[in-house]
Structure formats: C-alpha cells, structure tokens
Design a protein around this ligand. Structure first.
Ligand code: P6P
Length: 327
C-alpha cells in the first residue's frame, strides 16, 4: 500500500474542497522555496537584501523571494481574500471579503539567519476565515484557525498540517517533489527532559524562566531529580519539528529586554500556527500567562511570549509563572 499523497489525505479527511486547493497551493510554494534554498549558493541568493522589514530585521534576499513565491502560488486560490505576511507591513486584499473566505497568515521563510550556515529553515502558515461579508478585520484569535502548519527545509523537505484533530507529516520525494504521508498522527510526548531556549539572554529572564533553567541545569542533584538536555537551532520551525517528533519544550519568553513588544515571535503567523499544531499533537502552548491561542490580537505583526511543547513541562513553567513575579 503506497503512502497517500497530500491531496489524497486532504480529500479523505474532510478538508473543505476550496481549503484543499489552498493547502495544495501552499505546498507548491513550499516545494518552490525548497528549491530556492537548495540552489541559494549557486544563484547567489544567500546574502542580505539590503532592506529592513516591518519587524526591523535585515531582510535576506530569500526572505523576499519566498514571500513572492507565496503570493504568486496562492493569489488565485478560490475564496482566498487576504494575505498577512511577516515580510509585508500591510494586509494584501485579493478580493472583496465575503463570509467564509480564507485569510492566510504566513512567515514565508522562518529562521533565514541560518541560510548562509546551511541549517534548516522553514515556512509557517495559518488559515482563518472572514467573519462577515465586507469584514476586513484580520485580527481573530488563534482558536479561530481552521488549519495551520509549516514546511521545513532540512535534510528532507517536509510539510506538516493540522485542522485541529490530528497532525500529519508529509515528506517530499526528492525526484518528483510529491508530498507523501510519512508521519501520520504525529504526537508530542507529555514528558520530556529536553528544553530549547537562547541562553545568551539569561541576564534578561524573569524569575520563573530562570528558575526552570537553573533546575534543569542542576540535573539529578537538583529539585527535578533528572538530567536535562538543551537544543537551540535559532529556527523555530526546526525546534518545533524536533519537539513534535521526540518531545521537548521551546521557550522564547517575555524578558526585561523585550518588555515593549512582549516577546520576539509573532502571534499571527508564528505562535498561533505552531500552537495549533502542538495542541493538536497533544502538547501545550502558553504565553506563561495563558494559552497562546486565547490571546486577543491587537495588530497583524504583534509579538507574544512563547512556551510550547510537552504538556507536563509547559505545566511546570505555567506553575512557576503563577508563583513568580514577572519583573
Ligand atoms: P534568536 C528566527 O529569526 C526566529 O524568528 C525563530 O525562528 C527563532 O526561534 C528565533 O527567531 C531565534 O531568535 O534571538 O535566538 O536569534
């Protein structure tokens, strides 16, 4: 029995037909971006674009190219009303919004600082719907996502998608590009002894995060009574994919150096979609003060604290946040 293709899986798992078209367009964009990343060095595209994006970050040439690929591949998707891209300040309206039309939020190339050192990067996407004819509001909380997922451009290219009930992982055949189901029903183990955080920011951490990391470093002799491992790839997609595959907890928390923004990662096209994937896989996704998907958005590019992964470890961090002062 050959593994089902992405289209067969989507059509056999009650994805709305127009949503199947959109997800296939996103998968096509991912396939093309994988090629751009793979050929980056040959085509001289690994460097900076010389522009600063709405995030105040130096754009890589491939950031802009990946964004253009998403726009081109998805622009004609039936019922797609708007695009919200990390790389574009304004919302791009493709049609007059009608109730039920799709809203696509995406980070076209996440972790692009890893490109010139040949480490895994990815694309992240989230889909919600227009709530009423003519409604141009794109600020809906994460519980309204009808599906979400990511592509990871690593040793293999994978496409991971959920509509909230289960998480399916598809691998791209290097010869044909076809995505086939290789990781059905991906689940996050509830327990873990592996955490991911940028420890160079330790001096900025608030007490709950410092306490968690100190106890993990203390290992068997410490209050947790066991050894922990640490991984940090500076590519959210790669860290989340590892956690989805073998468990772990990922932290990009609020700290005294990101007080103004409340975190680094963006709610609409990084935190929300990854939270939907992780929760659908049995994990948890928190800001430290509540579930990420319960955050009421106030701006398309707003940032939030992110603590996600194995349910039991996120619960420990939530408990420490409930105890500890955040200042
Ligand atoms: P830092 C990549 O720029 C990104 O948005 C995420 O993919 C990643 O988890 C994080 O930022 C890395 O941030 O501060 O460690 O470079």
């Amino acid at each position: 029995m050959t593994a089902p293709t992405l289209r067969r899986y989507l059509t056999h798992n009650s994805f709305d037909p127009d949503l199947v078209f959109l997800l296939e367009d996103i998968a096509s964009a991912s396939r093309l971006i994988a090629g751009l990343v793979r050929r980056g060095a040959f085509e001289g595209n690994l460097g900076a674009a010389g522009e600063i994006n709405v995030q105040g970050e130096a754009q890589k040439t491939l950031d802009i190219m990946a964004n253009d690929v998403f726009e081109r591949e998805c622009a004609n998707s039936p019922r797609l009303a708007a695009l919200v891209s990390e790389e574009v300040e304004e919302v791009t309206w493709l049609k007059e919004p009608q109730k039920g039309d799709y809203l696509l939020y995406f980070d076209p190339l996440d972790g692009s600082s890893n490109l010139d050192v040949n480490l895994s990067v990815g694309s992240i996407f989230s889909v919600m719907q227009v709530q009423a004819d003519g409604d141009r509001n794109v600020l809906h909380n994460g519980r309204n996502q009808i599906c979400a997922g990511y592509a990871i451009y690593g040793p293999s290219t994978m496409f991971v998608v959920t509509k909230g009930d289960e998480v399916a992982g598809f691998s791209s055949d290097p010869d044909t590009g076809e995505f086939s189901l290789t990781h059905p029903q991906m689940t996050v183990p509830a327990e873990t002894s592996e955490y991911a955080i940028n420890t160079s920011r330790a001096r900025y951490w608030y007490a709950p995060v410092s306490r968690y990391v100190d106890e993990a470093v203390a290992g068997k002799e410490g209050p947790r009574g066991r050894s922990f491992n640490m991984r940090w790839t500076a590519s959210m997609v790669a860290d989340v994919h590892r956690i989805l595959t073998r468990g772990g907890v990922f932290l990009y928390p609020a700290d005294s150096n990101n007080q103004k923004t409340g975190g680094k990662l963006r709610l609409m096209y990084e935190a929300n979609p990854m939270a939907m994937v992780i929760e659908a896989a049995g994990g948890a996704a928190s800001t430290g003060k509540g579930a990420i998907m319960d955050v009421a958005p106030t701006a398309p590019h707003q940032r939030v604290p992110v603590i996600l992964g194995s349910r039991d470890e996120v619960a420990v961090l939530d408990a420490y946040h409930a105890d500890g002062a955040d200042s």
